[in-house]
Ligand binder design. Sequence first.
Ligand code: ADP
Ligand code: MG
Length: 701
Amino acid sequence: MNQAFQTPIEYLKGVGTTRADVLKKELGIAYFFDLLRHFPFRHIDRTRFYKINEIQPDLPYVQVLARLSHLEVLGEKHSRRLVALAKDDTGIIELVWFQGIKWIEKYLSVGKVYVLFGKPGLFNGKPQMAHPEMELYNPAALNQRGNLTLQPVYSSTEKLKQFSLDSKGIQKLMVGLLDQHGSDIEENLPAYIISQFKLMGRADAYRNIHFPDDATKLNEAERRLKFEELFLLQLKLLKNKLLRVQKFKGQVFVNVGECFNTFYQEKLPFELTGAQKKVLKEIRQDTQRGVQMNRLLQGDVGSGKTVVALMSMLIAIDNGFQTCMMAPTEILANQHYQTIKALLGDNFLEIGLLTGSTPKKTRSVLHQQLQNGELKILVGTHALIEDAVQFQNLGFVVIDEQHRFGVEQRAKLWRKNTIPPHILVMTATPIPRTLAMTLYGDLDISVIDELPAGRKPIETLHYFENQRLRTFGFMKQEIGRGRQIYVVYPLIQESEKLDLKNLEEGIEVIRREFPIPDYQVSIVHGKMPAKDKEFEMQRFVKHETQIMVATTVIEVGVNIPNASVMIIENAERFGLSQLHQLRGRVGRGADQSYCILMSSHKLSYDGKIRLDTMVRTNNGFEISEIDLQLRGPGNIEGTQQSGITDLKVADLVADQQLLILARNSVQDIFARDPQLSLPENQVLQLALQTKNSGLSWEKIS
Ligand code: ADP
Ligand code: MG
């Protein structure tokens, strides 16, 4: 964008220091550029006149051509109002003003034809408009006004209005800005892209998004700016990826050796699925290239990501490297530790566990073993990334349930070796494709799209509160068959007290319904010390208890195959991905598993869709797409921290097609011209260097 747009807003004609301050404070508009990108949130249709008999309340602002037939002030004091009637050849409309009565009354004359402009409504079943703008009908003037057929409406604030910067005031500034500098807006996409995707030029697009010639032009302007935004974001992400490949060498894992082979031949208790094999092959290829791997592993709950991660770690060990696996919670770290230990069996490989509650003594032994290279596998929480943890030769890092970790934490792990280790990130549940393209756009993506054979699909039911007895009966029946049961309560920050009360009451009821000594119940919630949590978990793991009552601390990763029933209380209060994640705790053994969603009768529209979706499908990829549509990209867990989804014009839900076009096209460009050195791509070099291109680049590294 031209230099002129870097000018502080106070220098724009009609602004000055005072208004500049308010614009900055209220709307974050500090430079010309910011104003240019203060887009109208809607346009008012001046393209046609509506007939009075077409008026209905759900129309936007419209204009009506009508003759004033009556004018009268009614009411006293607070109810004082000016009421007018206007007619066209189809009917009568009532107009009403509550403010500026005197002035408006003087200005209007009965018998003349006006252009009425406003938001139509119905009052007592009759067409009405409150506070319409009135303009004496003048065909000649109307024609001259020409291009302002769709009028922009800008968001403003009370404060701004005090400085005459309501929508109209902002519009005036915008007209000034575009008149003065509109033609300086430089194109930032290559000509061949513009023609390939039939995009509007950039200067044209900025003008039309504010002051469109017509509705078609407005759409084209929007499409162009959306494409540009998505395209530049992908350009940045894929450029980062390319840079990383050029800049960072990767450890080369030459051999598949003894560890891997022993494990594969003697320890692995099942046949790998085709999808698991495919992903292992992808990782194997990555780690031979001499380039650092950054790979995202997506797979549905229970698809067997852990064993894939472990086998990749074994290859690293075969090549003389150390490995680690980082989980977001202590429970999970513990569980990975146990799982991996069990998979590896005796007399094979040592494995260490490091969490916040590892005793000092054990910790210093671990530190030692890591430094001298003795310990090959370390599992833990973010205690792993502390500076005190030094490896002799870290070569492979697995990050489980990544959305809980920030990008910086990922980067810290890189720095644990001079040549950064290969990194495998695993998500807890699938994330939608378009979100993955942005959130993890600089990573390669592997997908496990197949569940291990013989899994019976979990049967999901939705019960209301008045079906509770049925639920209890079912629980008893399943416990009688030797199964174990989770009962989960929501724990949401804002109403923690209420939630705890829910949990406590719930426990009470369950204790009464499932009394000792016939039944044993474990209880785990977030407020308990880690030690107690672990103790209760272990009782359940050892089948000393049949029921585990918990808050969502058990959400991720817990793996107890004999637990085959998941009861989710207040299910309407959970998000879809959380529900799916919770349900994934069952269905891990040979038995038919069930998930019962308990809810009150009061369901919001979204709540009903969520529960219906859960009942209908077990497919995490499908569920993640519906979740994205319901909540919007900004509310999906993990997206807030990243800031990547703070798109200004484009919408990751509505504009998925455009995003895919943009990404593919950027990929093509880098494939042909990785340095962007071809003359026709110069403009992209510039776009990458431009600070104010409308994206918060600093968040994307
Ligand atoms: P997730 O992908 O959710 O992390 P896990 O790695 O915890 O899934 O695996 C779920 C369960 O499936 C574990 O008990 C694991 O041992 C088992 N499993 C993994 N792969 C296979 C397979 N190929 N065949 C049978 N069982 C498998
Ligand atoms: Mg897992």
